[in-house]
Design a protein around this ligand. Sequence first.
Ligand code: MG
Length: 264
Amino acid sequence: MMSITVLLVGITGSPRGDQAPIGYTDTPMQPDGRWHIHDGARPQPRLVKPGQPGIAIASSAPSDAIVLLGSGNDLSAWQAMDGSPAPWPMANGVLRTGKGLIRTKAEFSDFQLHVEFATPDEVKGDSQGRGNSGVFLLGKFEIQVLDSYENPTYPDGQAAAMYGQFPPLVNASRPPGEWQAYDIVFTAPRFTANGAFDKPAVVTVFHNGIVVHNATAFWGPTAHRRINPYTPDTAKGPLTLQDHGNPIRYRNVWIRRLGGYDES
Ligand code: MG
């Protein structure tokens, strides 16, 4: 009797649908059939120590960038998801996560994006509960923000992951409290004139100067425990920053729209 019970639990997973011990075993297989979504058995990315001295001082944006967070306390590029003023506190050029997600007023499609962030100095929680936020490209494709310094979690959910899809090629995280950078080149998905899916979104990401995604296609918009299908509304959107209940700091965020050769 006991062995039957154990067998059933093994097949169906726990009633709450998690966690064994840092990932999921009851989620769908990813489209290439190699791993479950949020698979805790997937190999942890190799550690790479980024170059020193890092980015203790923020550089200014290039001259043709749209500055989303600059050296002042101007939050006018941002709003709450309901269109009201962005409710996150900002001081001395540093934005701190607050209640609810915030998004840019402007929408984008293809771009180069620079984001600097820092997870809390004081380490609290573990796995997905430590320093969680996220940068949602077009509001739909998450590059994960997490304290992944000596903090194992399911690899497709660690810092710089294409959340739920691909871990970073390596773990280039700096220690808690230190400023870190993502440099992201993003190509939006394409749809035909009648709205049929044509090409997926593609992203290249540098984490602290180290390439962690090399022109990798998203399987679809980000979701937890699943991957959503492409729909025509994923072709453009804002930049969205996630409130996951942890106090993350952001600064020096700028974006450059990208066109083709001879178009600018
Ligand atoms: Mg997140």
